[in-house]
Design a protein around this ligand. Structure first.
Ligand code: ADP
Ligand code: MG
Ligand code: ZN
Length: 477
């Protein structure tokens, strides 16, 4: 029998508001344990939550970008569960009236486009972190993350392959970063996904029984986990067995998933309306205001780079794949007015340096003004391209001022043809073997002679005149 994999995702995104969702504590990652806390986020009796308006604004932004309806009247509910990372023993979340509903996102895999439905987005508070200490055989708790605002983005079970899931997560991550609502650093857990997987015979309408793997924070692990889980379930069905609904844990080292606990139902959480917070009413004018201030999203940028700046589809795709790259490209182009040159520099040198230094695009620290100055130096014929590469590396690594750097290091291009001519004469005299080779038809010898000339002139000659003068001299030999 042929089976089809069905996946639905619950993605948690930590919001980059300055303060937590119900108190004034900082949301900053890390810090000494239990230093970013107060009576509210540690659940002290008698303390009361106050809603952070910024969280609502970010949720509206995300909802609009994911084509959702915004719930004008939404409210919070308590999800009760007893676990030491949650000092109140309940999590404030939204069950009955989440802030966003019925959205959709378009993804593309192997040239095929399709929509993934967004069931809802709700706001909630994050829990603390447990740290298991094997030396003292005890568990410690850090409440710094407690009360950090989260959006939970719940998809429909619309995915039919691991590739579709990765395409969606990549897009979601891009959109959230462009919106400025989250840094989506997966390694810091600010974007993580609960992955629900089931299988069914092709043609069957009803979904199969699913398993769920919680809190996954790497694309690679998610990809492998889906394929593993799908295969495991198919084998059970083929053997005449039944898949049980359960929460499973993905073990990255063993490359396999393991049963953790049977799945809890909504009634296990004894949800009830949160009595300490007022319902949230969102006016049309607030939504209009957020809408008109939405930043341009990656897809729109890509299309504009192609039509406005004449970039290739590929280049536009790479540059818009990270917000920092796109802004560097745009801001630099705005200053120097040379989109093609900026594009070449980003696609070539910048990409090379990022990979060489294992730097993430979000950590790029390059001023557009400096890059624009550098590009002008090259196009004005003040320095040649190779020197340009060297200077860009200096900007990237050491934040140098290009014009000053070029002057101080004496890197300005030599436009003195008589000096080039004299140097070539010397090179010809010093390399009789290469001249023979050249006469014998060896093209490589020409390149070698250019190289020797450049070297003698410390790389500062204009390659075009070196080529021309050398060619002329050789033809007369
Ligand atoms: P819960 O809140 O109990 O985890 P939901 O009904 O809210 O369950 O669904 C959570 C996620 O699981 C959603 O993304 C949904 O699309 C997905 N899902 C539900 N049923 C299935 C299924 N049979 N196979 C795969 N995914 C599923
Ligand atoms: Mg779930
Ligand atoms: Zn607090």
């Amino acid at each position: 029998m042929n089976y089809e994999t069905v996946v639905g995702l619950e993605v948690h995104v930590e919001l980059s508001t300055k303060s937590k969702i119900f108190c004034g504590c900082t949301t900053e990652f890390g810090g000494e344990p239990n230093t970013h806390v107060c009576p509210v986020c540690t659940g002290m009796p008698g303390s009361l939550p106050v809603m952070n308006k910024g969280v609502v604004e970010f949720a509206i932004r995300a909802g609009l970008a994911l084509n959702c309806e915004i719930t004008r009247y939404n409210k919070f509910d308590r999800k009760n569960y007893f676990y030491p990372d949650l000092p109140k023993a309940y999590q404030v979340s939204q069950l009955y009236l989440p802030i966003c509903q019925n959205g959709k996102v378009e993804i593309e895999v192997d040239g095929v486009k399709k929509y993934i439905g967004i069931h809802e987005i709700h706001m909630e508070e994050d829990a603390g972190k447990l740290i298991h200490d094997p030396w003292d055989d005890c568990t410690l708790v850090d409440y710094n993350r407690c009360g950090v605002p989260l959006l939970e983005i719940v998809s429909e079970a619309d995915f039919r392959s691991a590739d579709e899931v990765i395409a969606y997560l990549t897009k979601l991550r891009d959109i959230m970063m462009y919106l400025g609502v989250s840094d989506c650093k997966m390694q810091e857990g600010s974007m993580r996904a609960d992955v629900n997987v089931s299988v069914r015979p092709v043609g069957q309408k009803e979904f199969g029984t699913r398993s769920e793997m919680k809190n996954m924070n790497s694309f690679k692990a998610i990809y492998r986990a889906i394929n593993f889980e799908s295969k495991r379930q198919i084998e059970i069905l083929e053997d005449g067995g039944k898949v049980v609904q359960e929460t499973r844990r993905w073990d990255e080292n063993k490359d396999a998933s393991f049963a953790m606990r049977s799945k809890e139902n909504a009634q296990d959480y004894r949800y009830f309306p949160e009595p300490d917070l007022l319902p949230i009413e969102i006016s049309d004018s607030w939504i209009e205001d957020v809408k008109s201030n939405l930043p341009e999203l990656p897809e729109a940028k890509r299309a504009r780079y192609i039509s406005e700046f004449g970039l290739s589809e590929y280049d536009a795709g790479v540059i818009t794949s990270a917000k920092q790259l796109a802004y560097l490209f745009e801001d630099t182009t705005a200053i120097c007015g040379k989109p093609k040159e900026v594009c070449n520099l980003v696609m070539g040198e910048l990409m090379r340096l990022l990979s060489e230094t294992s730097t993430l695009p979000e950590d790029i620290n390059v001023e557009p003004k400096k890059v624009a100055d550098l590009i002008n130096l090259i196009s004005d014929g003040k320095i040649n391209r190779n020197v340009g590469k060297e200077v860009f590396e200096e900007i990237f690594r050491n934040d140098v001022e290009p014009v000053k750097y070029v002057e101080e290091k004496g890197l300005l291009m030599l436009n003195d043809d008589s000096l080039v001519s004299d140097t070539i004469d010397k090179v010809i005299a010093d390399n009789p073997k290469s001249i023979e080779d050249f006469k014998g038809g060896k093209e490589k010898a020409f390149g070698f002679l250019v190289g020797q000339t450049m070297k003698a002139l410390k790389g500062k000659a204009n390659p075009k005149s070196v080529n021309e003068i050398l060619k002329e001299k050789l033809s007369k030999l």
